[in-house]
Design a protein around this ligand. Structure first.
Ligand SMILES: [Mg+2]
Length: 367
């Protein structure tokens, strides 16, 4: 089992914990100090209740609530707290993964009572930092992360075989990691409304039982020749946006498996099937190897761009990575790598909430 720990309204909660005057009040943390000309990078639950959310221009937030409390983001403080939480849960001596500045994952394989451990972790964090966290427990990270979101704030949710269908039917698709943005909207426009609808289309995405991480997995296993995922669309498509969104998702799925097996790939192969094009397949080999889903997708899209295909009708899509090598990617074990992760997390926050930027939704799927 995997435990996914997600701090509730992390930056805002820290500010409220430090300054009791802000407790219980609608509060936003702005990415910059200029109150009216910034973007909300965190909203307290009191502000969320009014409809204020991350990514919203602060001017809009103040229009909703003129008495809104405002604090400029202090990243050093958040990084410090994140590190302290990481050290605290490191005390359990379980494999630990730093997922983002306010999200951590623990491998509970062998743990007798995951739910009571989850409770204990939450209590410890509250006792030490006076902030709450939501915990999700499930057989893999995707479901555990989804579970952590279902009963926020201060939630604890277990997804197991007995409630999987029930939970997925109740969970809107955009709750699933990577489905929050534009790509999620594209899938919803295809008629996929709940996580269960996606499950029926791509059961493999949810049924990955590989729960271990932080292991030198590859070493004892035999190296596969290639890793691929393909998908048959429910109907013919010529909409390039839909096709690109599926290529992106398949690339992320391939990249997840590459990383799980500690592999990097030099060759990307794209396969498309449709009535006019038959079986189109082309590949390209790069000097730089990768196991990054975004990069794999970019390479696949380049192949499509060079193919000369102009908005072909597509019925099925496949993404394959080959020329595999043992990679050096290790999920954040040493302090140094962890710091690098923090920097990347901050970069992502900046990219995500920077004015005018569009968050590539599916990229979050693997991070
Ligand atoms: Mg959070």
């Amino acid at each position: 089992m995997i435990l996914h720990l997600d701090m509730d309204a992390f930056f805002a909660s820290i500010e409220q914990a430090i300054n009791p005057r802000l407790k219980g009040k609608p509060l936003v943390v702005g990415s910059r100090g200029s109150k009216m000309q910034t973007v909300v990078c965190a909203a307290s639950y009191e502000a969320k209740a009014l409809g204020i959310h991350s990514g919203m221009p602060s001017r809009e937030a103040f229009a909703i609530c003129p008495d809104l409390e405002f604090v400029a983001a202090d990243q050093a403080k958040y990084i410090w707290t994140s590190e302290q939480i990481f050290s605290l849960i490191k005390g359990y001596d379980l494999p630990l993964n730093y997922a983002s500045i306010d999200e951590f994952q623990m491998d509970l394989s062998g743990c007798e009572n995951p739910v009571s451990l989850g409770k204990e972790v939450k209590e410890k964090i509250y006792a030490n930092f006076n902030i709450t966290a939501s915990v999700g427990i499930a057989k893999n990270w995707l479901l555990a992360k989804l579970a952590s979101k279902l009963n926020k704030p201060n939630g604890l949710t277990l997804i197991d075989d007995s409630n999987l269908e029930q939970v997925l039917r109740m969970a809107p698709l955009d709750k699933l990691c990577g489905m929050g943005g534009k790509n999620g909207q594209i899938f919803m426009a295809q008629g996929l409304k709940t996580c269960w609808d996606l499950y029926l289309n791509l059961p493999g995405l949810f049924n990955d039982n590989q729960s271990k991480f932080n292991e030198n997995s590859g070493k004892s296993n035999e190296k596969p020749k290639s890793i691929s995922h393909s998908y048959t669309l429910p109907k013919l498509h010529i909409n390039p946006q839909v096709i690109r969104a599926w290529i992106r998702l398949l690339s992320e799925m391939v990249s997840t498996r590459l990383r799980q097996q500690n592999l990097v790939s030099a060759t990307v192969h794209l396969w498309l099937n449709g009535p006019e094009i038959g079986n189109f397949g082309a590949q390209k080999t790069y000097q730089n190897t990768t196991n990054d889903g975004y990069e794999i997708c970019q390479r696949a899209l380049k192949i499509m761009g060079k193919s000369g295909l102009k908005n072909p009708q597509v019925r099925a899509i496949g993404v394959t990575c080959s020329s595999l090598f043992w990679g050096t990617y290790q999920p954040l074990l040493s302090e140094e790598i962890r710091r690098e992760g923090l920097i990347k997390a901050l970069d992502r926050i900046n990219n995500r909430f920077g004015e005018g930027s569009i968050h590539p939704a599916i990229i979050a799927l693997t991070r």
